[in-house]
Design a protein. Structure first.
Length: 461
């Protein structure tokens, strides 16, 4: 019975580990598959600029012309709002100059469209249309009042007045799945939000000179039927189209898909909440190495991403774009009174610029480098080879020994030392976290020891 229970536990841990290891690949593969759909839609209106709604939408194409920021929370039911800090006027200007635009976003919630597309952007287009209409009417009234409407009115202004007289559409256009009662509730706020827009200092006058036809949203998803021989020219419409494309399928569940080499799970809206799955990978870096990552498969994808992210980090660090994550701190015996000078350079205040080159130079140029500790960024966590632990115990408060081939070490407090050999054991990782957590929360200095630092540091650093 115990053997069966143990077997079931091991089987469960293997399943969990496999699922976790495959999560990144499933997300990237799902994004890649959805990007094919985005490319097809963009190809139908090649003259229209392609925009990504941050941050999820940015994953779904390598060729975005611009970005925008429309929040879904501004369109949540009974929580509608208009935020003057997110006017996105550049989107309206670009659409006016090019005759429209295509905005890409996605959602994980099993809906065809995120609320940013169902309500936030439609509210935005309605408010801009009303503000532009009011601006043009004021311009026309001022010209007529000054008696200059015939002599000084430009052809464009004349066209604007004529278009307004025909009927400049400033109504609220929502998709059919939004209930009428919700639409009526939103319309009750339109006048108030329009006044906020006009009073916030936005340059509506310049916008009115660019937008020739009122803005209007259109919705396209993977379930939308489009007859390729009947795709209309956007110039034929009596409005400026804001084409809202939801990138993912709306099934709402992960579907297993298979290839000749391996199987994977499709995730709708995989680009959402990138902090929980991307492991430091950015959309730009993903599209630079798309086929390399897709062809790696679920088993190797995590390793590939880790290597790419580290290479990109070092590349940027060498150019001073941002601080690297790894710094070096040496034992007092090595630093002496010179604050760790190597070849005339101080490493006491220096962060690694291209950490691999710097660490290698340290390990070969000094005879006193027998006791290095590698500190991880600005954290209180360090790693070291087990061989050097006795010489650096004075520098740390607790030690986690992961090497099975060395004896334990004596620390003043028995609870501050744990010998936990780790050879790919999931339960060992859990125990390690339980041991480390109380010390790190108290900002104690924790050292992780193993046979070699190459077993701990990324890419052997």
């Amino acid at each position: 019975m115990a053997a069966e229970e143990r077997l079931s536990i091991y089987r469960a841990t293997r399943i969990i580990k496999k699922r976790e290891n495959s999560r990144l690949y499933n997300a990237l593969r799902s994004i890649y598959e959805d990007s094919i759909f985005i490319a097809e839609i963009a190809g139908l209106w090649r003259d229209l600029p392609l925009l990504a709604n941050l941050r999820c939408g940015l994953w779904y194409s390598p060729r975005f012309e611009a970005t925008c920021y429309f929040k879904s929370t501004d369109g949540h039911t009974n929580n509608w709002s208009f935020n003057t800090s997110r006017l996105n006027l550049h989107v309206a200007q670009l659409a006016g100059q090019r005759g429209g635009c295509i905005i890409v976003d996605s959602t994980r919630r099993g809906k065809r469209f995120p609320d940013s597309m169902s309500k936030t952007i439609p509210i935005w287009t309605c408010l801009l249309n009303r503000a532009v209409k009011n601006c043009l009417l004021r311009m026309s009234a001022e010209s007529q009042r000054d008696g200059e409407s015939q002599s000084n009115c430009s052809p464009n202004e004349t066209a604007d007045v004529r278009l307004l007289s025909d009927d400049w559409d400033s109504s609220l256009h929502l998709p059919l799945w939004v209930p009428d009662i919700e639409k009526a509730a939103i319309e009750g706020h339109i006048e108030e939000w329009t006044k906020q827009l006009e009073a916030c200092g936005a340059d509506i006058h310049s916008l009115a000179s660019i937008i020739r036809k009122p803005l209007r949203p259109l919705w396209i998803s993977q379930k939308t039927l489009i007859w390729l021989n009947e795709v209309p020219d956007c110039n034929s419409w009596d409005f400026t189209p804001i084409i809202l494309v939801s990138a993912s399928a709306s099934d709402g569940i992960a579907q297993q898909r298979s290839m000749s080499q391996f199987s994977w799970h499709y995730i709708p809206g995989a680009g959402d909440d990138e902090e929980s799955w991307a492991r430091g990978l950015s959309p730009n870096l993903f599209w630079k190495h798309t086929f390399e990552l897709i062809d790696s498969g679920p088993d190797l994808c995590n390793q590939q991403v880790a290597e790419l992210v580290e290479k990109e980090r070092v590349y940027r660090a060498q150019r001073g774009e941002y601080s690297p994550q790894v710094t070096v701190k040496l034992h007092q015996k090595f630093s002496g009174n010179n604050h760790s000078n190597i070849n005339g350079e101080s490493i006491n205040s220096r962060q690694l610029m291209g950490s691999k080159i710097f660490i290698n130079s340290m390990n070969t140029t000094s005879s006193d480098e027998r006791h290095p500790i590698f500190w991880l960024g600005s954290t209180n966590l360090a790693v070291a080879a087990t061989l050097h632990v006795p010489d650096v115990l004075d520098d740390v408060d607790c030690v986690l020994n992961c090497n099975s081939k060395f004896k334990s070490f004596c620390l003043p407090c028995a609870d501050s030392y744990l010998h936990l050999p780790m050879v790919g054991k999931i339960l060992a990782y859990v125990c390690a976290l339980l041991f480390c957590h109380p010390y790190l929360t108290k900002e104690a200095l924790l050292m992780v020891a193993s046979l070699s630092c190459t077993q701990i540091l990324p890419n052997g650093r």
